[in-house]
Design a binder for this molecule. Sequence first.
Ligand code: 4AD
Ligand code: MG
Length: 461
Amino acid sequence: MQRSKIKDIFAQGQAGRDVLVQGWVKTRRSSKSVTFIQITDGSTLQDLQIVVDEANPSHETAAGLTTGCSVSVEGVLVESPGQGQKYEVQAGSVTVIGGSDPETYPLQKKRHSPEFLREIAHLRPRTNTFGAMARVRNSVAYAIHTFFQERGFQFIQTPIITASDAEGAGSMFQVTTLDLNDVPKDGGEVKHEDDFFGKPAFLTVSGQLEAEIFAMALSDVYTFGPTFRAENSNTSRHLAEFWMVEPEVAFCELDGLTELAEDFLKHLTGHVLENCLEDMEFFNKWHDNSAIATLEGIANSNFERITYTEAVKLLQSSGEKFEYPVAWGTDLQSEHERYLTEKKIQKPVIVTDYPKGIKAFYMRLNDDGETVRAMDVLVPRIGELIGGSQREERRDALESRMTEAGISLDEYSWYLDLRRYGTVPHSGFGLGFERTVQFITGVSNIRDVIPFPRTPKSVEF
Ligand code: 4AD
Ligand code: MG
């Protein structure tokens, strides 16, 4: 017989049919005459109840099961007289595939702290929270691809190892095969020509610049992959390794980009509401009782659009006591972003036209000469979820920004070539995948929405 997934068993029903299910024991209760086992296979939040009568030759086996054992069960699907589930399985046979030492198995029936669960990241996928998180994460990834595929975007794989620093210096992991105990030097300087690539190489912080290359040939493209930042930010919204989705669109100015971002977020949240309601109800109950309302709010609200200059005025006249002062020309801090989207405007806000001094060199300069066509999408609880811009497509303007920023025109000659041969207005953004999953589920720490978090001083598994 073929193994059925527990999710399909509940979806298909049909009491009276034979089923084979395999999974892990969540709990077991035994009385003299009967043993009840709850098993899960991760296909759904719901456990499947297995009933093993005393007369069953497998009863002794069943009565000895402990949490974490893996089992194979053949039996008949019946309507459950008990409450809490529509169906259960009347066992014919129960076979233990792998035992689980009850003395040392760290997952108990009680709720564990997220900190403890991070220490056992190899077992936490078996918890309700992590199972639900993994399924929602999967569903969001699927929706990312369908959104762009349905709009005719091409999925481009940009490199993970790179020699260029898209976002401006200071936060890259260097990739080297040099022996750190015996670095080859020439007059005090590292001999990079002896290194694997013959020059310094890094883990990418963004696939944007390479995505731009493909947008200048295929018009509408996107990347979706891991990115790396060696920022020493120990916050609940920063990871050293995270996934980013980066669409890049040719023949598109900033207004078109803000529309794309809004449609995109609505698509992702709508998809999760439609496909992960059971898991979302779990998050709503245990993690954030506004999680579902927040998702519904996204679908039904028009995102607010304000300029950076307007945002600064709103913050300055807010009467709020912020830890960091607000002044035109300084970057918005997370507390400022959250005030705008949570308190002042109470829905997603797209802030545009930031001062050029706080944004990357590639953003298109406005006619005022002071601000650039940047946009950040801010959402409640998270702050910045998306960062993007219209790109500087005029070669001379780009060259002056690069010179101002101290970026070598030689090293980025290929980037300038895109403006030399058939340049067009184009725009793109980056959406933080983990921040999106965090936003959707209401889970408070970003370390708990990625299978294996990498943060300063922590790289386990
Ligand atoms: O705003 P960022 O730095 O934008 C870029 O990298 C652009 N090159 C993207 C583009 O235009 N193609 O990063 C984009 C998003 C942020 O809005 C945030 O959601 C997420 O990436 N992000 C992080 N997520 C987790 N941990 C970190 N350390 C993050 N840094 C940025
Ligand atoms: Mg940003």
